[in-house]
Design a protein around this ligand. Sequence first.
Ligand SMILES: *[C@@H]1O[C@H](CO)[C@@H](O)[C@H](O)[C@H]1NC(C)=O
Length: 603
Amino acid sequence: MALLKRYGIYTAIAAFFVYILYSLSFPYQAPEGGAPRPHDQNGESAPKEPQRPQHPQAPPKLQSYDWAKIPIKNPVSSMIPLPTGSPVPLPKIQFDFKPEEGTAKNIRETRRREVRKAFERCWKAYHERAWMQDELQPISGGAKNAFGGWAATLIDALDTLWIMDMKTEFRTAVDAVAKIDFGTTTLERVNVFETNIRHLGGLLAAYELSGENVLLQKAKEVGEMLYHAFDTPNRMPITRWNFHGAGSGKTQVADEVVLVAEIGSLTMEFSRLSQITNDPKWYDAISRITEVFDQQQSKTKLPGMWPIVINAKKPDFTEDTGFTLAAMADSLYEYFPKTYALLGGLNPIYKKLYEESMKTAIKHTLYRPMTPENADILMSGFVRGEESQATLYPEMQHLVCFTGGMFALGGRIFENEEHVKIGRKLTDGCVWAYKALPYGIMPEISHLHACPNMTSCEWDEQIWKDDVARRADLGNEKDPMQNIASQRLPKGYTAIDDRRYILRPEAIESVFILYRITGEQQWQAAAWDMFTAIQQSTQTDIANAALIDISVTDSSPPKMDSMESFWMAETLKYFYLIFSDPDVISLDDYVFNTEAHPLRIPK
Ligand SMILES: *[C@@H]1O[C@H](CO)[C@@H](O)[C@H](O)[C@H]1NC(C)=O
């Protein structure tokens, strides 16, 4: 179990659960090189997951289910309705931008065009070589289908096309979307979370921006499909869902081992679908999950937060002891303030869930890393909660970089300046982490040294070296004498556990939100450094590729043949938006789902 080595002993139990999840014949085939999915439901283990033997495949079922017509076996006795009343006006989210002067505008516009060019290149390559497939392979020019074969990249990039004013390409893409059949797939099991954030989120956002009815029609088809994953006796959804079993009328029961982000990150898309269609059933479906989160919030081993692994069958969201804002939990927390906004501020439960969980997260998951610059920054790590004790492990995941934006946005929505400050320091943490590496890109997973407190922290080279040595000792396969040079550790980093950069968006996402909220140009400068660094290292002859090792010094970082759909859906969109006029997709009008699809806030 390579997973244990990668994570260290402290996540052994969580890792074990995840391992069990894998053994239950997951549908998801780790793409070549093991690029994980954005929220890393299985990403940590994917790279080292043993290749599954290639059993002769049964011929794919070509039957197409009309999900809207398949009977529900466990109907609800009464629907939970959408909250009624006029939306409560939210506080102003964005900075009150003044007209910019000529030079600043010229620089910004040049940069915006550069980002657009990078996107155009990737879109063209996808169109020519992988049209209607889930992903383009940016080195070989081939294609991959790990998300159901429903043109994941195409659907994910629709709203980016619109925002970048590539209207001709947008029309072509919309015509193609009309031909996608969500009634069939070659996957055995569908990942409900991924289908929700990429396909449902992508279609809803593109519909809202363009008003193209076929996109709403397709969003409904995806919604009807996913609704069947909720057809269990206790109405908890199956997150790794047997598509054909459900389609052919098999009985379903919710799972005992579920990743908390996968069950907790359906609220935005399902709420918006109910609002747009005036059919409450999707809102009803997610509200039943929200009730469990609410009832059990104070009963977990780290009260306020929920563990990474939960039991949906009971349902019991309190048993496990591993807590984090990072992989496998992340968007659960991100969605509380955003869903609150999306529901017009009319359901206070999401405010309570956010405020209570963030109290705990601030107290237990945040730490100040020791850096040579004595930088006043924050990071969010992993916590083991046991017997009323909480132990912090100062991990740093690229995925956790979304927290800066979450705190800043949550701080604005709920008028909590402390959260805006925390959001700024967390975002500064990721900007620091990028700059510390030789190619200006931070790794997927690493460790830092946590200062004893957040008030002040002097760099101490010996403390850092001792921590590196201690950490190198932890992995029993590692040579205890392994030194900083051979690990290629920049000062401040105590270990790099996963050296990849897979074109992820979370750092630029928070930088973008901080820019729109504070109006400070330093964020645009940080964004440009990130963009040029990423563009420089990831460009291939046809598009952009994930990196295997961002810490090399003697050559450029080696690449793998993978370009996940979030590169065009999220990373390039946020880069584009930070260099656009602040009125373009204003944070006062939209909330972004966790795949960067903007959903309109009802006014
Ligand atoms: C915080 O930790 C530093 C050691 O890095 C120490 O010098 C300082 O006194 C501590 N401050 C507080 C307020 O505890």
